[in-house]
Design a binder for this molecule. Structure first.
Ligand code: GDP
Ligand code: IMO
Ligand code: MG
Length: 422
């Protein structure tokens, strides 16, 4: 069986931490979508690592890590990630396998991302500018270059043709961009040479063989359900399916091979980049969440916007993904709040509604909150569910009841060890 671990909000829920915690139960960890727009943080033994493309199982000796066909790879960032792990004695050739069908982010994809955002001005998406959108556009437009192409003789010619086209597109945008393509290409081709030292596989074949042998696989989602290209807050989304179905197309597994779907959420909500966020706070409470939760993007360093938990959005994400188990992160950040709030309905077009509507932007949606008594206790040293404060347990019980799925993990700090199974 293949289990899925997916973010249920706007990303940064703590997926990297939990994948690392769960890896001991699996033979294979596989990324299935997104690219280096992701930043997955792992903290253990006093060290912190942020992974962008490499699956979060890489620090465990047993697991094989696969970058699936649905992922888009920036060779330069990928090489840096590998170089940064040089102290760990990891045999990347055997532990990190890359799908031949994964698409490659070219230097000009990043430039196109920047040009598109510049042209949008105020209505920009707030992209991480890693070239994600343009690379997926070339994939669906049937122009992309894939990892498997690197094994073909004419790949450089194809690179040059596509790059030439991109440069024309950039001049079409008519915005000022400062870049030195020669310099960018130098890094790119050095990284391509390094990439070629790794192992390329037909990952759908490998994964299905593994499943047939009874091996266990955990698929590691990137971003979150509200950034899904179909179901997120379009157009303020990413360019891939971040939801459960994305794991089928991004790895080549059939829906009937999926076991558990772990849905991970913060005890409050954050968002980086632009787009609607009905429960966003602009007051001291929001500032406290940002400060205590160290809410800065792991990829771009931008401050994350903070707000209360949105249970309408959470229920929507649980439904679309078929979540079987919930994991609640960062409850420790809420210690000390007198009162907590969670959105339990929206006021939309003159009436209260209990589902996630088409347009949650600005004036369309007003949030109705349910209030909860907070707790004072510091959670970060707790190791057993029995120690958790009653008010936190009540908060969790309300969430479980509202969305209809049980919470199985409560995370009380960023370290691998600060994880309570309930
Ligand atoms: P991901 O993209 O879903 O892997 O999440 P990120 O790594 O981008 O962001 C999560 C941030 O919260 C990281 O800085 C983690 O170290 C941190 N973190 C994860 N779980 C907890 C938790 O339970 N409590 C606290 N205080 N921090 C956490
Ligand atoms: P992880 O895996 C949070 C956001 C960007 C922007 C929008 C589009 O760490 O949870 P893109 O670069 O895809 O064109 O950006 O999506 N975004 C993320 N926000 N966590 C992420 O990944 C994100 N990946 C993209 O901030 O608003
Ligand atoms: Mg992140």
């Amino acid at each position: 069986m293949i289990d899925l671990l997916l973010g249920l909000q706007w990303g940064d829920e703590g997926k990297g931490k939990i994948v690392d915690v769960l890896t001991k139960n699996y033979d294979i960890i596989a990324r299935f979508q997104g690219g280096p727009n992701a930043g997955h943080t792992l903290i253990f033994d006093g060290n912190k690592h942020v992974l962008h493309t490499i699956p979060s199982g890489i620090f465990h000796e047993r697991a094989i890590n696969i970058v699936g066909n649905g992922v888009v790879i920036d060779p330069v960032i990928f090489k840096n990630e590998i170089d940064n792990l040089s102290g760990y004695n990891i045999d990347f050739k055997t532990k990190l396998l890359i799908s031949r069908k994964a698409h490659i982010i070219l230097p000009t994809h990043r430039l196109l991302d920047a040009a598109s955002e510049k042209m949008k001005g105020k209505s920009k998406i707030g992209s991480t500018l890693k070239g994600i959108g343009p690379t997926y556009m070339d994939k669906t437009g049937r122009n992309g270059l894939r990892i498997g192409d690197l094994e073909m003789k004419d790949w450089k010619e194809r690179y040059q043709n596509l790059t030439r086209k991109h440069l024309n597109m950039i001049s079409f945008y008519g915005v000022e961009l400062d870049f030195d393509l020669e310099e960018l290409e130098k890094d790119f081709f050095t990284a391509i040479d390094a990439l070629k030292e790794l192992t390329f596989i037909d990952s759908e074949e490998y994964i299905n063989q593994a499943l047939a042998k009874g091996q266990s696989i955990l698929a590691e989602g990137a971003q979150g359900s509200l950034l899904d290209i179909d179901f997120g807050t379009y157009p303020f989304v990413t360019s891939s399916n971040t939801t459960a179905a994305g794991a089928c197309t991004g790895l080549g597994v059939a829906p009937n091979k999926i076991g558990d779907v772990f849905g991970i959420f913060k005890a409050y909500t954050t968002r980086v980049g632009s787009g609607p966020f009905p429960t966003e706070l602009f007051d001291e409470d929001g500032k406290t969440m940002a400060k205590v939760g160290h809410e800065f993007g792991a990829t771009t360093g931008r401050p994350r916007r903070c707000g209360w938990l949105d249970l309408i959005a959470l229920k929507y994400a649980v439904q679309i993904n078929g979540v079987t188990q919930l994991m609640m992160m960062k409850g420790d950040v809420l210690s000390g709040f007198e009162v907590l709030k969670a959105c339990t309905s929206y006021h939309y077009k003159g009436k209260d509604i209990f589902h996630f509507p088409y347009n949650i932007e600005g004036e369309n949606v007003k949030v109705n909150y349910t209030e909860f008594e907070g707790w004072k206790e510091d959670l970060t040293q707790m190791t057993d569910a029995g120690e958790l404060p009653k008010n936190l347990k009540d908060y969790i019980a309300f969430i479980e009841d509202f969305v209809g799925v049980k919470v199985h993990i409560v995370s009380v700090g960023p370290d691998r060890k600060q994880t309570i199974m309930v």
